[in-house]
Design a protein around this ligand. Structure first.
Ligand code: GRG
Length: 280
């Protein structure tokens, strides 16, 4: 993944070097590469070769990294640490951090534009898949609802709205793009979407749980931030135990969605299991 990402991104020395260094700083800051892993595993589940899914996996990671850089900005979550390192704007300044995020988002579409069409899916289908997940009705809608909800009473339904968009949309897109790279049939693509959505929701609930149960050192980012920002989280609305149960139920639903792959989705199963057990 790192080699492929390094190949797609402009070299650090390419002009404007500050911008390209800033883009690379966050892309190579030590993220878990969860979305790319899901993308490659989905391609394999559909009988495809993971190499064919690499460009799409890189594109999703670029969108994800852009969203983290912008989320950390003073105007949004105002965070000093991400992935155990100072956030992009702390190192490069706010202006360059905003532009590095913009450039990564744009680069993502350029990368999809370089990937191959498949018999069932054109490049246009793949571009639209990513655009929908990253756009104003999904990822950005979730971020807006999150911003507007700070300090206000939030219901469990509103929280689900936020998580489905802010977190689950890009995870769902990752597996669907992996499936598209393998020319997945309609039932397989539907199953991958279902899997991605449930894993995405479980992932976010676990993220909320870790925010209140782990230290900043363990997480590599500021722990306890949600509570201090008076952000609604699953633990704050339904409690820790119920949150754990909900994450386990969602993971169970994600596993159930994989039945259609008849044992060929082992990597996806392993990833979902790992997410439920993770401690950072
Ligand atoms: C700025 C449009 C815009 C959106 C920001 C990504 C995001 C939306 C906010 C960051 C805060 C947050 C809790 C988002 C939910 C998704 C999530 C859990 C991101 C962290 O993903 P990981 O753990 O990160 O996969 P790494 O660093 O491992 O890649």
């Amino acid at each position: 993944m790192n080699r492929a990402l390094g190949g797609f991104l402009p070299a650090a020395a390419a002009k404007p070097a500050t911008l390209h260094r800033a883009m690379r700083y966050s892309v190579f800051a030590g993220g878990k590469r969860l979305r790319p892993a899901l993308c490659l595993a989905a391609a394999e589940a559909c009988g495809g070769a993971w190499r064919e899914a690499l460009p799409l996996a890189c594109a999703v990671e670029c969108v994800h990294t852009y969203s983290l850089i912008h989320d950390d900005l003073p105007a949004m979550d105002n965070d000093d640490y991400r992935r155990g390192k100072p956030t992009n704007h702390k190192v490069f300044g706010e202006g360059v951090a905003i532009l590095a995020g913009d450039a990564l988002l744009t680069e993502a579409f350029a990368i999809v534009g370089q990937s191959k069409s498949r018999p069932r899916y054109s490049q246009r289908d793949m571009l639209l898949e990513l655009a929908e997940a990253a756009g104003s009705r999904a990822l950005i809608a979730g971020q807006v609802a999150d911003l507007e909800g700070e300090g206000k009473m939030t219901s469990a339904a509103q929280l689900r709205y936020i998580h489905e968009r802010k977190t689950a949309a890009l995870l769902r897109c990752s597996v669907r793009l992996g499936g598209m790279s393998a020319n997945a049939g309609p039932a397989q693509l539907e199953a991958l979407g279902d899997f991605g959505r449930n894993v995405g929701l479980a992932f976010q609930i676990i993220d909320d749980i870790l925010d209140v149960t782990q230290t900043s050192e363990q997480l590599g980012k500021t722990a306890g931030k949600d509570t201090r920002a008076q952000k609604a989280t699953y633990p704050s609305i339904v409690g820790l135990e119920k949150s754990r149960q909900m994450a386990a139920d969602l993971t169970g639903r994600a596993f159930a969605a994989l039945r259609v792959f008849k044992g060929r989705a082992r990597a996806l199963e392993a990833l979902a299991g790992h997410l439920l057990r993770r401690d950072k």
